[in-house]
Ligand binder design. Structure first.
Ligand SMILES: Nc1ncnc2c1ncn2[C@@H]1O[C@H](COP(=O)(O)OP(=O)(O)OP(=O)(O)O)[C@@H](O)[C@H]1O
Length: 433
């Protein structure tokens, strides 16, 4: 059993790349913590520093409350599994799993017992005599995990262990990995860039962007109350609708949120109203997840947005309508995973972001850091980090609805489910988490 503490850890590579930027993070005993973020955000570097394969430039790392930076990797009671695991091709499954025990001089009969226990927990008890070349990809990955876990490490580090497997096998192994680590009670840090994987597996998720820790919380917390615009945009499918809104306070009675020529009204009684009222006369970003939007009849009044369907996506169990509501959307760039865009758009849109970057409009702000951006320039005005485009509001519909592109659609908005972010991408809220 182990706890892990990162204390203000920074890693700067010799070429000046800041891979990890003042990260502080505590992992509890027996916890399954997922480090989530796009490629290059520093996830692997964090694992490698904990394992002792890299030294931090600044900060401290504690295991079970003790500083470990002076300890060699083998003295840290840590096991690590990578995406590109290597099994010994000439050894049987049994010998592959038992290899670390042989190295540490565990006697053969104990070795056989321990290998048998681990193999049956991983569902590979019947292939112990085979060579790696006679196994499926999933079985090979199970052997790699078995080899890592057979030493009964205090801490299990996994770096995208499923990313080479097909989606069916991934889903199956996700459940097995969390089941196994819970059963063994071993503290686990698991790296992925797949938000669905993170939300389904984690006790808590830590979300990174460009070396900066954005948010840490249970899946419900980070999905339900994301700390930054970036986290809001990263989590969920379809992605959260992020709309630019102008804020007007009306005689301390309600707040008008103006999206193009449509408005929503936040009553003064809403617990968040005073915090939002600080932005009177300014623009903010309002986040609406698809579950906050319900299609209604055209005559319905109140908290309703109206638009025309630009296009539909059919996903079998549901359809998504994308509504042109005459508002402006904020598109968060550098989402990195590069695949969820299809849920809310198309390749052209992705190119749009890339082209803006190629045009050289990068941010060069200076001043205090914001967690979301790492610099203070506004997400509302800086196209180098985020860009603006006509909003296409993602709305969930029944499968194959009797409606087609060009049709008008009205959606009722759950005002209590709106998310508010300031121009720097930080959450506008009161007393959250
Ligand atoms: N040995 C190195 N020398 C210089 N830069 C490095 C080195 N290793 C990693 N980097 C850089 O450090 C940053 C963080 O890399 P890291 O591998 O931790 O990211 P990651 O989030 O794990 O990405 P991925 O999901 O692609 O593995 C990246 O910009 C990467 O290019």
């Amino acid at each position: 059993m182990s706890t892990v503490s990162l204390k203000d850890v920074t890693k700067v590579w010799p070429d000046g790349t800041i891979a990890v930027n003042h990260v502080s993070l505590d992992v509890q005993d027996g916890e399954f913590l997922v480090l989530l973020g796009p490629s290059g955000c520093g996830k692997s570097t964090i694992l490698r520093m904990i394992a002792g394969l890299e030294d931090p430039t600044e900060g401290d790392i504690l295991l079970n409350g003790d500083p470990v930076l002076e300890l060699a990797p083998r003295d840290r009671s840590i096991a690590m599994v990578f995406q590109d695991f290597a099994l010994y091709p000439h050894m049987s499954v049994s010998d592959n799993i038992g290899f670390p025990l042989r190295l540490s001089g565990v006697e053969p009969s104990t070795r056989v017992d321990r290998v048998g226990d681990v193999a049956s927990a991983l569902g590979i008890g019947d292939v112990l005599g085979r060579k790696p070349s006679q196994l499926s990809g999933g079985q090979r990955q199970r052997v790699a995990m078995g080899r890592a876990i057979v030493r009964r490490p205090g801490l299990f580090l996994m770096d995208e262990p499923l990313s080479n497997l097909d989606s069916g096998l991934r889903a199956e192994l996700r459940a097995e990995i969390t089941g196994l680590t819970k059963e063994l009670g071993v503290t686990t840090m698991y790296v992925t860039h797949d938000q669905a994987e993170a939300l389904t597996m984690a006790d808590r998720v830590a979300i990174m962007r460009k070396g900066i820790l954005q948010d840490v919380g249970t899946p419900t917390e980070v999905y339900g109350r994301p700390a930054t615009l970036y986290v809001a945009a990263f989590l969920g499918s379809p992605r959260m609708n992020l709309l630019e809104a102008s804020v007007y306070v009306h005689l301390d009675q309600y707040i008008v949120l103006k999206f193009g020529d449509q408005s929503l009204y936040l009553p003064w009684s809403d617990i968040r109203a005073r915090a939002v009222a600080h932005y009177h006369g300014e623009r903010i970003v309002v986040g609406l997840r698809a579950e906050a939007l319900t299609p209604v009849a055209p005559e319905v009044q109140g908290d309703v947005l109206r638009g025309r369907i630009r296009y539909l996506e059919h996903h079998g169990h549901e359809s998504l309508a994308f509504l042109d509501i005459g508002a402006t959307a904020i598109v968060v760039d550098e989402m990195g995973a590069g695949k969820a865009e299809g849920e809310g758009g198309n390749a052209l849109r992705r190119f749009g972001g890339a082209l803006q970057k190629l045009a050289g409009r990068s941010s060069n702000g200076s001043g205090p850091q914001s967690r979301d951006q790492g610099d203070p320039a506004s997400v509302l005005t800086d196209p180098g980090r985020h860009h603006r485009r006509p909003a296409e509001l993602a709305v969930r519909l029944a499968p194959y609805p009797a409606i087609s592109p060009g049709h008008p659609l009205s959606v009722a908005v759950r005002m209590d489910m709106l998310h508010f972010f300031d121009g720097r991408g930080d959450r506008i809220d009161v007393g959250w988490r």
